[in-house]
Design a protein around this ligand. Structure first.
Ligand SMILES: [Zn+2]
Length: 555
């Protein structure tokens, strides 16, 4: 076939045919060069390589052959070839541009400007979307395209940018088969976020280790450090980095250093009737308030908000905490001493109490003695807030009774128990209203005639013409944006106090509380489904979690 084409091109034997031949060879070389770039690029942008190669080949070879074999002048054949080739190439570029981050798109006005700018092209500098700040506060320069750390920077930058965009609080890259797996935690939910090639993963791990000042050469020993990232015009974000090696490779964990926000109690998510009851409890001069929840359920945010409600100028307020979480104005914050010669936590708590505070926040309770000292202090007219791990108010009460070991003293001093869990808040941009099923409502003990609609995340993902999922720009397809707390509150009434003193079981005390219209956590959470804050699926997820071990005791 080639001979025929060549024969057609050189027939006539005059000098124009030589030009035609040269043009043909020139076009062919350019066509082959673009084809080779496209082949490589399909692998870089992870798209269907065979599919695009075939399209390119057909648009080139077949159309050229067809054009030349048609009974039309050669120039028409070449023209047809050029138009088809250009179309195939443009379609591919549009496809690949849609798959890559903005700064890696090609033939866009910005890219063309970059190509035409001699200075930029010579230095080949990448337009970074964020900057890395080492733990020593040095802003690291963005590497040039020909520098060895460039690929590591690029992978790390893409990772951290994606994590920022999707509000990731914790990411892990772990060896997975031949490649690496990327896992994210968003709004407290862990999920697989995709795969990374071995090269890409190790490049980014190496780069981030260098940023955090870790030993880049050591791939086995567990190492930890921290670094910061900053985007133009925004405050920086701190990341705690952990790496460790195994036989299958090195793994990386990045945890966001969360800044604790100071909440006021009306911003916590308490329902207005709960808020009213809790405000009364805060006003009481003495007594113990147990603030309970499982790990990561926001208990410290709540207890800080409760303590902040006391006037720190008039009252002498102290805290006793194992971890410093937030600064409180005019409050004496005491941290546990963990040194080799540290006194027991009981002795440490006793020395905090020696300075005679009016209000005391005790961030944890690791022994019956601590609970007993707390109870004694409350009976002497002080106000105490104790944090305890528990999955509901009754479990917390049972545990507290066991720790103190004296029902009468508990009855006399306990003012209230608060228990909480975090629910994800539905994304306002994409939540969908629907009519809930009547049987489900009945099961949940909700009036089917009164509830017209619930909200939920979009049940199905939509795809664009190119097969790319269309995700909500606000929540990036999770359907939720942020979290709020749901509370179960139990204010000890005179009737319950009497039952506690008599040694009644938590079941009997529970019946009394229900008589006093106390709602369980699930019922409180359903109020947030009814007002559209969250979904029924989310409430079932948090209320059906299996309770874990209740109180950690020291050996
Ligand atoms: Zn959304």
């Amino acid at each position: 076939m080639h001979n025929e084409l060549l024969a057609q091109l050189i027939t006539g034997g005059n000098y124009i045919s030589v030009w035609k031949l040269a043009a043909f060879v020139g076009f062919f070389c350019f066509w082959a060069w673009v084809g080779q770039w496209m082949n490589k690029d399909t692998m870089v942008v992870k798209t269907r390589r065979t599919f695009w190669n075939s399209i390119y080949l057909i648009s080139g070879v077949l159309v050229l052959a067809l054009g030349l074999l048609l009974p039309a002048p050669v120039i028409v054949g070449l023209g047809l070839f050029l138009v088809t080739w250009a179309m195939a190439t443009v379609i591919y570029i549009l496809h690949r541009n849609a798959r890559v981050p903005k700064n890696e798109t090609i033939l866009t006005p910005t890219h063309i400007k970059w190509l035409l700018s001699v200075e930029d092209r010579q230095r080949k500098k990448h337009k970074a979307r964020l900057e890395f700040i080492s733990v020593n506060d040095n802003v690291l320069p963005t590497p040039y395209r020909d520098e060895p750390e460039y690929s590591g920077f690029l992978s790390a930058e893409e990772l951290l940018h994606d994590m920022w965009k999707r509000r990731v609080s914790h990411a892990v890259i772990i060896p997975f088969g031949e490649n690496y797996q990327l896992r994210y935690v968003i709004d407290g939910i862990a999920s697989v976020a995709g795969e990374r090639t071995h090269e890409d993963a190790t490049d980014s791990i190496e780069y981030l280790k260098a940023v955090a000042g870790l030993d880049v050469q050591d791939h086995r020993r567990p190492q930890e450090g921290s670094f910061f990232t900053v985007r133009t015009g925004e405050s920086d974000t701190g990341w705690r980095i952990n790496t460790s090696g195994s036989r299958r490779g090195e793994q990386l964990s990045l945890e966001k250093i969360e800044e604790k926000k100071a909440f006021t109690i009306d911003g916590l998510g308490l329902h207005h009737d709960q808020l009213e009851a809790i405000q009364k409890v805060i006003k009481q001069e003495k007594g113990i308030v147990l603030v309970t929840g499982m790990k990561g359920s926001g208990v410290s945010t709540t207890v800080y908000a409760l303590v902040r409600k006391h006037d720190a100028f008039i009252r002498n307020i102290h805290t006793f905490e194992s971890e410093y979480l937030m600064e409180l104005d005019n409050v004496t914050q005491n941290l546990t001493d963990k040194g080799p010669n540290a006194k027991s936590t009981v002795r440490q708590l006793q020395s905090v109490l020696h300075s005679d505070p009016d209000v005391i926040l005790v961030g944890f309770c690791d022994s019956p003695e601590m609970a007993q000292i707390g109870t004694k202090t409350a009976r002497m007219g002080k106000k105490l807030y104790f944090c305890l791990p528990a999955s509901n108010c009754f479990q917390a009460l049972g545990e507290w009774l066991k720790l103190v070991g004296d029902n009468e003293k508990v009855a006399e001093s306990l003012a209230a128990i608060i228990n909480q869990k975090l629910v994800r808040v539905l994304c306002l941009e994409c939540r969908e209203a629907y009519t809930p099923d009547a049987t489900m409502l009945k099961k949940l003990n909700l009036p089917a005639d009164k509830i017209k609609q619930f909200y939920r995340p979009p049940p199905e993902i939509e795809y664009d013409k190119r097969g790319k999922p269309i995700l909500c720009e606000n929540c990036h397809g999770t359907g939720y944006f942020g979290r709020t707390a749901v509370f179960e509150t139990m204010v000890i009434s005179d009737a319950s106090r009497k039952l506690i003193a008599e040694g009644a079981t938590t079941n009997v005390i529970g019946t009394q509380c229900r008589k006093e219209r106390m709602l369980y956590l699930q019922e409180q959470a359903l109020r947030k489904v009814i007002d559209g804050t969250t979904s029924i699926q989310e409430v079932l997820r948090i209320t059906q979690q299996t309770p874990r071990k209740v109180v950690k005791r020291r050996e």
